[in-house]
Design a protein around this ligand. Structure first.
Ligand SMILES: [Zn+2]
Length: 69
């Protein structure tokens, strides 16, 4: 479909302008806790990023900054 191709090329143009290629993914600063549905805030320590819930102390790890096998 012509419409789909047009949307694709526009999307690629926009992403090149707004986001550098090094950015792997968007990280939300707050997400909903899967346990108690309170808002979890984004925290980071020396090697990882994680969300922590103040209501139930649930910790959700997202990505490692430095991946070591
Ligand atoms: Zn919670």
């Amino acid at each position: 479909m012509a419409n789909t191709e047009l949307e694709k090329s526009v999307g690629i143009k926009n992403s090149q302008v707004e986001h550098p290629r090094e950015t792997p993914l968007e990280i939300n600063h707050e997400i909903e806790c899967p346990r108690c549905y309170a808002m979890m805030s984004l925290c980071s320590d020396f090697d990882s990023l994680f969300y922590s819930c103040e209501e139930c102390s649930f910790i959700l790890y997202t990505i490692k900054k430095n991946y070591l096998p």
